[in-house]
Design a protein around this ligand. Structure first.
Ligand code: ITT
Length: 188
């Protein structure tokens, strides 16, 4: 079964396909022209916007992932603005570390909201996955993408970027959300 993944982030497609390897499900990028306006106020709303926009051009099963980093001491920021917090991934990391300078409470979580749309264009299933951790003092690690180098995963003393791709794919917010989607698809 092929499912369109409503994203332009190829790293997400790779991570998600690695997670479902061997399950008979394959995620593919949307056709050209996918350019959603992510103007929702929550991860859930943006995930639905992306899924519907991709469905409009593919008319096929579509899954959207809207994700981001929420930092407690910053009132949940960067949150839904994670991808737009500064111009480049490096600058986004620098901004977060600057805003967290001198702050003791470094609790944070990665959040991923997923929306599955059926070929009729209806929301078939929606869910959320979370991965808890803390913001480190400095970046470490080369794997993954985005804020992975400054996210210390709960229960370990490594950043997400220091975990192997295989390990990340068993602990991440995306994994926790995708597991629910796959369970739903298997039952139905
Ligand atoms: P699409 O909207 O096209 O899917 P995107 O990368 O802009 O791609 P989001 O709007 O969901 O995706 O924004 C997510 C941002 O949050 C992303 O750019 C990263 O900065 C961050 N993020 C999400 N998942 C992450 C992960 O697993 N590791 C590190 N950072 C992540």
């Amino acid at each position: 079964m092929k499912i369109v993944l409503a994203t332009s982030n190829e790293h997400k497609v790779q991570e998600i396909n690695d997670m479902v390897a061997g399950s008979g499900v394959e995620f593919i990028l949307p056709p050209a022209g996918f350019d959603p306006v992510e103007d929702g106020e929550t991860f859930e709303e943006n995930s639905k916007i992306k899924a519907i926009e991709a469905w409009k051009i593919s008319k096929n099963w579509t899954l959207a992932d809207d994700s981001g980093l929420c930092i407690k001491a910053l009132g949940g920021k960067p949150g839904i603005y994670s991808a737009r917090y500064a111009e480049t991934p490096q600058k986004r990391i620098e901004r977060v570390l600057k805003e967290m300078q001198g702050i003791k409470n470094r609790d944070a979580e990665f959040v991923c909201a997923m929306t599955l749309i059926n070929p009729k264009g209806e929301v078939e299933f929606a869910c959320k996955g979370v991965c808890k951790g803390k913001i480190s003092d400095k970046p470490a690690g080369k794997n993954g993408f985005g804020y992975d180098p400054i996210f210390l995963v709960e229960g370990g003393n490594k950043t997400m970027a220091e975990y192997s791709e295989y390990e990340k794919n068993h602990i991440s917010h995306r994994f926790h959300a995708l597991r629910q989607v796959i369970e739903y698809l298997k039952k139905n």
